[in-house]
Design a protein around this ligand. Structure first.
Ligand code: COA
Length: 336
């Protein structure tokens, strides 16, 4: 540890919350729209059903509920929050939705911004918030991961539509003089390989005035090469986790939990097998929620905390990966 690192504060994970839409769509229902089956989806992905935001709900509602639950578990007055980061690729407003969440949860004194890194977004946001806490510039931060990919899925593309769902999760973070719950992290990006998973603007130029044009904003649907993404995940996630464990000289035996981005059960099983982590230590809720992008990690962590699976001081190895391409891993201890 360098002198500089010694002078930094610790970061504690002190509260969690989550929220999912009411509307449940199971595999058989999807099979009434595209040429697929419950058997195909379950065997290839592990997903049985997903939650989809209906016209009675909004992503903002989910974020606010998840955030409020995390605040109340932490025992905070919302007025004492300094920072709100919303990790999302699907804000209600392209200028950002974090300030709307800040207002809805009553965190008037906090500054708030969105952070976009697709399915890696929550971990990138967690570590971003931690930097402010560690250097002492703020004391309390709320980090939310939330996505409404249902708005951007091509529901007639059976190769991708079966994978995704909507949801939100939140973690409350506090600076500490004596303890530290963010033991380490490692992040990577590779834009050269980004084409296998995108949600691009349509090229849609219209005339502005005689002789000049402009692009009218309008996004396409999710474009995915599933096999390439799969290969990327099973190669890079174990590699980055191994790097992180080595840096901190932590043996995978001493992990209490493996908590991966929930994309495909086969990816989760492959990573667990690589580290010889037994199924009993692998957290998953993929069957019921599918891939909720930036929400998967805090949503699953909150559910595991609330059923008292994850307990105080448990050591968790977590990894997020997805579009960018971007991926990362973090070692965290739940403080509660
Ligand atoms: N139902 C039925 N058949 C389907 C199907 C579906 N929903 N989706 C694809 N198929 C068919 C294909 O058309 C193909 O048929 P063919 O052999 O006649 O051409 C066959 O199933 C195999 O397709 P393939 O793409 O090779 O399947 P796969 O085993 O690679 O599984 C994914 C597809 C998408 C489940 C898998 O590649 C995956 O999970 N990739 C990672 C995606 C991901 O996690 N993205 C988000 C990352 S954050």
């Amino acid at each position: 540890m360098t002198e500089k690192q010694k002078n930094q504060l610790g970061v504690l994970l002190v509260g969690s919350g989550s929220a999912v839409p009411e509307q449940i769509i199971n595999n058989n229902q999807l099979a009434s729209r595209v040429d697929t089956s419950d058997e195909w989806i379950t065997t290839r992905t592990g997903i049985r059903e997903r939650r989809i935001i209906s016209n009675q709900e909004s992503l903002l509602d989910l974020c606010s509920t998840a955030g409020s639950h995390a605040i109340s578990m932490a025992g905070w007055d919302p007025q004492t929050i300094d920072l709100v980061i919303l990790a999302t690729s699907t804000p209600d407003d392209l200028f950002g939705s974090a300030a709307k969440v800040q207002s809805a949860i009553g965190a008037q004194k906090a500054f708030a911004f969105d952070l976009t890194a697709a399915c890696s977004g929550f971990l990138f946001a967690l570590v971003t918030a931690a930097q402010y806490l560690r250097n002492g510039s703020i004391h309390r931060a709320l980090v939310i991961g939330a996505d409404q990919l249902s708005s951007w899925v091509d529901w007639d593309d059976r190769k991708s539509c079966v994978l995704f769902g909507d949801g939100a999760g939140a973690i409350a973070l506090e600076a500490s003089q004596s303890e530290n719950g963010l033991i380490g992290f490692k992040f990577k990006s590779d834009g050269r390989r980004g084409d296998c998973l995108t949600l691009p603007q349509k090229r849609n130029f219209e005339q502005l005035v005689e002789g000049n044009d402009f692009q009218q904003g309008n996004f396409s649907t999710i474009q995915m090469n599933g096999q390439e993404v799969y290969k990327f995940a099973v190669r890079e996630v174990p590699a980055i986790l191994e790097e992180l464990l080595n840096i901190h000289q932590i043996n995978s035996n001493s992990l209490d939990w493996l908590l991966l981005h929930q994309a495909n059960q086969r990816i989760i099983d492959a990573v667990a097998a690589r580290f010889k982590i037994p199924q009993s230590k692998v957290l998953t809720n993929l069957a019921n929620y599918g891939n909720t992008s930036a929400a998967t990690i805090p949503l699953l962590l909150d559910q595991a905390i609330r059923v008292k699976k994850v307990k105080k001081n448990d050591l968790i190895a977590t990894s997020g990966f997805g579009a960018g391409l971007s991926w990362g891993a973090a070692l965290i201890r739940w403080h509660g």
